[in-house]
Design a protein around this ligand. Structure first.
Ligand SMILES: CC(C)(COP(=O)(O)OP(=O)(O)OC[C@H]1O[C@@H](n2cnc3c(N)ncnc32)[C@H](O)[C@@H]1OP(=O)(O)O)[C@@H](O)C(=O)NCCC(=O)NCCS
Length: 186
């Protein structure tokens, strides 16, 4: 089995992230899909790294950067945050990398960060992804109608949430699924 790891984003990742985010196969699942200019990206990147309410990690497969995972809206007062992730190349999708990232991020949020709730939003048409989230215990909490507009059309968005107490119930079975894929998780 290949090794998957997450490491914090550093300044040297900036160009890679602009390239990835503009890939049609990534942009199609995001809330915006216009071509991002270097200037727009530079502004976003500087604010992303400086914002204490956000965290960004590069996903590595066998030491090679393959994707991005992030937390947003980190609220210590409400003990919650939101998250999202993507794998840049379709060639690395469907091999279990995403499952490892789900497990790692959930563990980080409830373990290291001690939060109580992890939220995410997924375009309703991205059914594969909201089903992956549900397979790790996320519950569908909302259907946001006409939540984003892309190419002149309104799109609906599914809101999902996972509580620390939900995770306690499904953690072991999730870990077992990862072990079956060859990951060493405790
Ligand atoms: C979302 C994403 C990161 C998932 O990563 P991945 O490595 O492809 O997922 P995995 O191979 O680990 O699959 C995890 C589970 O989802 C299932 N799955 C993955 N892709 C699927 C698909 N297209 N259709 C149905 N099921 C799918 C797998 O069968 C697996 O189930 P299992 O654990 O029961 O075996 C990746 O597909 C991606 O980058 N997509 C584009 C960006 C995106 O949509 N991001 C989410 C925005 S909120």
């Amino acid at each position: 089995m290949s090794a998957v790891a997450l490491r914090p984003v550093v300044a040297a990742d900036s160009a890679r992230l602009l390239e990835w985010r503009n890939l049609p196969e990534v942009a199609r699942w995001m809330y915006t899909d216009h071509v991002i200019s270097p200037a727009e990206h530079d502004r976003w990147f500087a604010s992303a790294l400086a914002d204490p309410a956000r965290k960004y990690w590069i996903i590595e497969l066998d030491g090679e950067p393959v994707g991005l995972a992030n937390l947003a809206d980190i609220s210590p007062a409400n003990r919650k945050c939101s998250w999202a992730y993507y794998l840049a190349s379709p060639a690395v999708r469907g091999k279990g990398v995403g499952a490892f990232v789900e497990f790692w991020v959930i563990e980080h949020v409830f373990g290291e960060m001690g939060l109580d709730k992890l939220c995410c939003e997924v375009l309703v048409e991205n059914e594969a992804v909201w089903k992956i989230h549900q397979s790790f215990g996320f519950q569908r909490e909302a259907l946001y109608r006409h939540h984003v507009w892309k190419a002149g059309h309104p799109l609906d968005v599914v809101g999902l949430g996972l509580l620390a107490e939900d995770w306690a119930k499904v953690r072991e079975e999730s870990a077992e699924r990862l072990r079956a894929k060859g990951y060493a998780v405790s």
